[in-house]
Design a protein around this ligand. Structure first.
Ligand SMILES: Nc1ncnc2c1ncn2[C@@H]1O[C@H](COP(=O)(O)OP(=O)(O)OP(=O)(O)O)[C@@H](O)[C@H]1O
Ligand SMILES: [Mg+2]
Length: 416
């Protein structure tokens, strides 16, 4: 039985607009991992843009603030964090491997060998492997085998989904975390972590798209048959919505964020024509008002475009009309009133907001927001690690194992 400190896990969301740290205790059992939220800390941050560090000092400061706040709330110190990674520099592709089976039946070593063969391809200059996720095995050309160990056959093939990242992006994020006094236990592809916090097993099985409406990017990931099948990052995002409000209503960026949060709507028909809002103004401008519908019009136009790009990404990946469980929205943009109504119109699929809720205890309400989905997902990921390996690293000021310096090759067979 692990001691409480060995069951501590910490997650770090290094977003384009903020850093969030979450500390949790891995409770429950290996079959049903529970996450007891102990502490949460948030800091605004402009040092990271779409998963790439722009300002080391600023990012380090953000990590220190978010993690220290989370530690104070939890009443514990952590050493190691699970950090999310996403952005245009992340690429996913399927790869195929074949080996001949040496013994009478397929053993773990055969599976490891075929996985290695499938992932032994060129990742492109400056890129390294983040995850290798087995999708399907074939024994003597019979497909659809998820667990080949113990079966009989002479030829074993594997379909593996490989996720690669720009090495420098990974190292620079790791550097900021180290400077802040923590250590990255593992980098985790953002939608993989998010999926653990917000998707139901049925959604993952039937087929759905996870669309994260972030401040710097929009991430689209497709799940089907219980596995991740595609991931893509789009440039158009919440930042563009803010920029349109700045332009359209002649307000500062900060005021545009306030308007979005206080009076925003993603769907014009939901806003009464009689509604007016007060606009921030300079002393020279004097008091200003605007119809709330104007703000909704601006926001809807851009969010609709963002969703159309996401729809396009889904179609290009070959999943048009193939996702019966529809679209699950996360990220700050998913907080906009009317976003589900707009989504249903654009995607012509079921749409809902993804709020972390399943298997949460402790201070669960502090992560029950679509904007917290990644940070919560990272501690879910950590909790599963604890239950699979028997202990976590969160509570230890561990020696610099520097996992992220080598190719971070992890088989996620048992995970996804
Ligand atoms: N209450 C709200 N209503 C509408 N929009 C909101 C609200 N709160 C936050 N947002 C928007 O959400 C965006 C930030 O979302 P989020 O925190 O998920 O991004 P991020 O993780 O920092 O960025 P990225 O994932 O792109 O790197 C901003 O554009 C912000 O304006
Ligand atoms: Mg984000």
């Amino acid at each position: 039985m692990s001691t409480p400190s060995q069951r501590l896990v910490a997650g770090l969301d290094l977003g384009s607009t903020k850093v969030i740290g979450v500390i949790a205790d891995a409770a429950g059992t290996a079959r049903e991992p529970l996450v007891k939220i102990l502490g949460v800390g948030t800091a605004t941050n402009s040092g990271v843009r779409r998963g790439v560090v722009r300002d080391i000092e600023e990012t380090t400061r953000g990590i220190v603030k978010a993690m220290r706040d989370a530690e104070r709330m939890a009443g514990v110190e952590v050493g190691t964090v699970y950090a999310g990674i996403a952005g245009e520099h992340v690429a996913g592709k399927s790869s195929h491997g074949v080996v001949s089976v040496t013994g009478d039946e397929i053993r773990t070593s055969d599976v490891a060998r075929v996985n290695d063969v499938a992932s032994n391809i060129s990742y492109g200059r400056d890129h390294e492997l983040l995850h290798a996720i087995p999708q399907d095995y074939l024994i003597d050309q019979q497909a659809g085998i998820s667990e080949p160990i113990g079966m009989t056959g002479s030829r074993l093939e594997a379909e593996v989904y490989l996720v690669t990242v720009l090495s420098s992006a990974l190292h620079n994020l790791g550097k900021c975390v180290e400077r802040a006094g923590y250590h990255v236990g593992e980098f985790v592809l953002e939608p993989l972590a998010v999926s653990l916090a917000v998707l139901t097993p049925d959604e993952r099985e039937l087929g759905c798209a996870l669309v994260d409406l972030g401040g710097g990017s929009t991430n689209v990931a497709i799940f089907q048959g219980g596995k991740i099948r595609h991931t893509g990052s789009l440039l158009c995002s919440g930042g563009h919505v803010t920029a349109d409000i700045v332009q359209g209503l002649q307000v500062t960026q900060q005021d545009a964020e306030v308007l979005k949060d206080r009076d925003g709507s993603a769907y014009e028909p939901l806003v009464s024509e009689a509604d007016t809002i007060e606009l921030p103004s300079t002393p020279g401008q004097g008091p200003r008002t605007a119809e709330r519908r104007v703000l909704a019009h601006i926001m809807q136009a851009r969010l609709q475009e963002v969703m159309e790009f996401a729809q396009n990404e889904i179609a290009q990946a070959g999943y048009h009309q193939r996702l019966p469980a529809g679209v699950i929205l996360t990220g700050g943009g998913a907080l906009t009133p009317g976003v589900v109504e707009l989504g249903r119109e654009v995607f012509a699929m079921p749409v809902r907001c993804g709020t972390p809720a399943q298997g949460l205890t402790g201070l669960a309400d502090s992560v029950e927001s679509p904007r917290m989905a990644l940070a919560a997902g990272l501690v879910y990921y950590g909790a599963r690690q604890v239950w699979q390996t028997g202990f976590g690293t969160g509570g230890l000021r561990s020696p610099a194992v520097d996992k992220w310096f080598g190719p971070v090759k992890r088989w996620l067979q048992d995970f996804f």
